[in-house]
Design a binder for this molecule. Structure first.
Ligand code: B3K
Ligand code: ZN
Length: 884
């Protein structure tokens, strides 16, 4: 397999003005007739170019140009393309091909999920439907007719507006959809099935009525309310915050069970993984509700950031994804809690994206090359891409950012744009030069910023020095990297609270009433900032709100951290200080574990936790977040060499210690928050459950009968899935519970919920994550369970994915059996579903961070995968790059 490079980008030789498709659906022999109005692209300036159309796994039936059938001498068909060497400057191309949806286990192109047909075309799936210029800079108007059995597939959907429907021959019917907006083929969608729907309407700011429909299998019709509410909130929010209005007369969402990712923003016809659309209190956790809200919004926001303005090529993926993640994060923060959302996003970024940035698949937000684009739907392109947009927002301010966004959308509406176009609009709107800033798009790796300071009491000056560097990543050595433009939001903390800030050489800004916060701009390798009028030795609070995706080091004392934790004005910084303190305490225990010394849990942490447990004025969500110790995954990310056992031991030890030392306070909080109130997904109701269940997870560590009973009662009496699943999780992780008690809890839960696939998935995850000994054997049993299906990505993620990334002590067991298990599963999935196989590889790619023994075992597993003769591009790229 060969790499494709951004630097080789060329405009398309041909454009497709109009696309007409006719589908005759059949499980194994679907007929696709296409009629394409094609003309040479004047901008390509390639007057003699042959017509080369993408096409994969298609059975060609016939071809014609301007109504004349082509004989086989007139074209050449390869496994990935159809070439016609001589064509006129403008012509009508027609093709008939046959495809096999039921045999399509890759879930890319047209496939069957349970009883329905559906499609997934991004990035390059349309070429598995018919011959086409399957690239995002070829945008066309689509007219789609679907023909199928009326009794089996009463609902026939595609993009745009329904313009005709009726009877066809032999018990069939048809529907014709027209999408007036030009779009690339990756936004094409088709759905056929027996589906129910809920309907609502939305009146846009300009007074147009939009029909909203969510299509689901009838058994799920009671789980659509939250998605509908979220959709309407997102539509209103995008009008208010970005001035963007919906354009078609109808907006549809379809829920499908077999789906490679969360959802897909096809124009006017979003297709969703059931896990990202269905929700009701009895079956869905609070995290699930929030995921539905954010994914519904994300896909809706793509209508502008992605569809109306799309990407010129797949290297620009973050243009739509980074921006849209930024937009959905802003939305979720507005709907719920700013600080909680920020803490959640930063946790994901620092745990998972930083790990990606430090591993063999590290790539810039705009990758310079790829073998398989599906491998680049990454945390870097999405989450770091969103952080980069967020930094532009911070540097420009909300108002200029909005002006820039308006300019970007008006200037590029109906076009396929680049990241340069986006940055240029932001520069023009604000008058700021973002040239250096764009290095965030081209240099990979997480920059490191080291802060040091001095305080001069006599002159009242405080001097802060910031030095930046960036580690070596596959595309560039550390010494070749140029300095980043890094916005560092910060403040100074004194004994009684935040101190006023006066930067030397900068007049005080009369417009701001908050003079305790400033954004420093670090652009040099090293820079010094002098603050004046500082009346006491301050503690710097750096990177408030996590203003840049960097690793910032400052040598805080533990007392300084507790001061920030209790007194800083920024909620994110208070949480972050708490994490840092917890990391320090955990590292003490890890060191003692390795050195065979006595364990000590710094009483400062116990005191800090006690203080937040008894302070009823605090936001419960923040208390819950602060009480959660850094995860094993985060501790692994920040470690130079990952000591799997020490990390697990330390975390367990500190949890038990805290649970014992704070048992009275924990019990009091549990009782106080275990009130019976009508269910709601308001931020405050979620906060309350989050605190209660965090506390329960501590109480269960005390190994007392009473607390085990507490968990059993919670499981038995729960009226929502958040409480029910927390009860179950507590029991199956309890050291005190007997095997029989654990089994009963699991069996009863399964009996209760076996008909609800999404609940069963959570039941699988809960088991895959149990850290007690024997995890691998339990997971091997689970993949034999009737509830498991290797062809369903949600099941694969719930068992294999959850185990390999969420259960480090068992996955990384010393004998390497966890690695061999994963390699076995990857080899099976490589044939069935390459995208899922490739995603599952992630934990093995991090082998360099483990001890020598594990390194060898992990590499052996990777080598065994690499030796497979029929390796998909997806898996080949990740394995070969990881072993390099
Ligand atoms: N754009 C899709 C992702 C498609 C992934 C293709 N392998 C979902 C999203 O980001 O909204
Ligand atoms: Zn997206």
């Amino acid at each position: 397999p060969k790499s494709i490079y951004l630097k080789d980008y060329k405009r398309p030789d041909f454009l497709i003005e109009k696309t007409e498709l006719h589908f005759t659906l059949d499980p194994s022999e679907t007929l696709v007739q296409s009629r394409l109005e094609i003309r040479r692209n004047p901008e390509a300036n390639t007057p003699a170019a042959s017509l080369v159309l993408h096409g994969q796994e298609l059975e060609l039936i016939s071809l014609s140009i301007d109504g004349h059938a082509l004989s086989s001498a007139g074209y050449d068909v390869g496994p990935e393309a159809l070439t016609i060497s001589t064509v006129p400057d403008e012509f009508v191309f027609e093709a008939v091909v046959k495809i096999n949806p039921e045999g399509n286990t890759s879930l890319e192109g047209l496939y069957k999920s349970r009883t329905m047909y559906c499609t997934q075309c991004e990035a390059e799936g349309f070429r598995k439907i018919t011959y086409y210029l399957d690239r995002p800079d070829v945008m066309s108007e689509f007219l789609t007719t679907i023909e199928a059995s009326e009794s089996d597939f009463p609902v026939l959907l595609s993009n745009g507006n329904l313009i005709a429907s009726g009877e066809a021959d032999s018990g069939k019917h048809f529907a014709t959809w027209h999408d007036p907006f030009k779009k690339p083929a990756y936004l094409f969608a088709l759905v056929a099935g027996t589906l129910d729907y809920v309907e609502d309407t939305f009146t846009t700011q300009s007074g147009r009525d939009i029909t909203l429909r969510i299509f689901v299998e009838s058994k799920d019709i009671d789980k659509c309310d939250h998605a509908m509410r979220s959709l309407k909130n997102a539509m209103r929010w995008d009008e208010e915050v970005y001035g963007l209005e919906y354009d078609l007369d109808i907006f549809m969402i379809v829920a499908v069970d077999d789906f490679n990712m969360g959802a897909m923003e096809n124009k006017g016809l979003n297709i969703f993984n059931t896990s990202c659309v269905l929700a009701k209190p009895e079956t869905t956790t609070d995290a699930g509700f929030q995921r539905v809200e954010s994914v519904v919004a994300h896909e809706y926001f793509h209508n502008w950031s992605g569809n109306r303005v799309t990407c010129r090529d797949w290297f620009q993926l973050s243009l739509k994804e980074g921006f849209t993640v930024f937009r959905d994060s802003q939305f979720s923060a507005d709907m719920n809690s700013q600080t909680v959302k920020r803490v959640e996003d930063v946790s994901v970024l620092r745990t998972l994206q930083f790990a990606e940035d430090g591993g063999p698949m590290a790539h810039p937000v705009r990758p310079p090359s790829f073998i398989e684009i599906s491998n680049f739907y990454t945390l870097t392109v999405y989450e770091k891409g969103s952080e980069v947009v967020g930094m532009i927002h911070t540097l420009l301010g909300a108002e200029n950012f909005r002006t820039g966004s308006d300019l970007y959308f008006s200037r590029h509406d109906g076009e396929a744009a680049t990241i340069e176009d986006f940055v240029a609009a932001m520069e023009e709107a604000s008058g700021r030069d973002l040239a250096q800033f764009t290095r965030w798009y081209s240099q990979a790796g997480t920059p490191r910023v080291v802060a040091s300071d001095t305080y001069n009491e006599d002159s009242g000056t405080y001097t802060l020095t910031l030095a930046q560097s960036c580690p070596t990543t596959p595309e560039a050595k550390a010494e070749e990297k140029l300095p980043f433009h890094i916005p560092i939001a910060m403040g100074l903390l004194g004994d009684a609270g935040n101190l006023p800030i006066q930067l030397q050489g900068q007049p005080a800004d009369p417009d701001t009433d908050d003079n305790t916060n400033i954004v420093l701009e670090l652009t040099e390798p090293e820079q010094t900032f002098v603050f004046e009028g500082v009346t006491e030795k301050p503690t710097p609070v750096l990177l408030r709100g996590f203003s840049a995706p960097v690793k910032l080091h400052y040598d805080y004392s533990r007392e300084q951290l507790t001061a920030i934790m209790s007194r800083d004005s920024d909620g994110f910084s208070r949480w972050d200080a708490c994490q840092k303190l917890a990391v320090a305490v955990l590292e003490d225990v890890m060191q003692a574990y390795r050195g065979d010394q006595a364990y000590r849990v710094d009483p400062l942490l116990v005191a800090a936790y006690r203080a937040i447990l008894i302070d009823t004025s605090l936001d419960k969500a923040m208390v819950a977040l602060m009480l959660q110790l850094p995860t094993e995954a985060y501790l692994s990310e920040i470690a130079t060499e990952i000591d799997v056992e020490a990390i697990h031991f330390a975390r367990q030890y500190v949890r038990k210690h805290l649970a014992a030392a704070l048992s009275a306070q924990l019990e009091a909080v549990y009782q106080a928050s275990n009130e019976v109130v009508p269910f709601s997904v308001s931020a405050s109701a979620i906060a309350s459950r989050s605190l209660k269940n965090t506390v329960l997870s501590y109480l269960i560590c005390t190994d007392t009968d009473e607390n085990l009973q507490l968990a059993q009662q919670q499981l038995a009496n729960a009226t929502n899935m958040t409480d029910e699943l927390s009860g179950l999780t507590a029991i199956i992780n309890s050291e005190l519970a007997t095997d029989a008690q654990r089994k009963t809890a699991l069996d009863e839960f399964y009996q209760r919920w076996s008909a609800e696939a999404l609940v069963v998935n959570q039941w699988l995850v809960a088991q895959a994550n149990v850290a007690r000994e024997g995890g691998l054997e339990r997971v091997m049993d689970l993949i034999q369970h009737e509830a498991f299906d290797i062809k369903n990505p949600n099941k694969v993620r719930s068992v294999i994915g959850a185990f390999c990334s969420g259960n480090p002590v068992n996955f990384h067991r010393q004998d390497g059996a966890g690695y061999e298990f994963l390699a076995d599963q990857i080899l099976v999935l490589n044939k069935l579903n390459p995208q899922i196989a490739s995603r599952l590889l992630t934990p093995l790619t991090k082998w360099r961070k483990y001890d020598k023994g594990r390194q060898t075992l992990m590499c052996n597993a990777l080598q065994r995968v690499l030796a497979e003769p029929a390796l998909s591009k997806d898996v080949y790229e990740v394995v070969s790059k990881s072993l390099k």
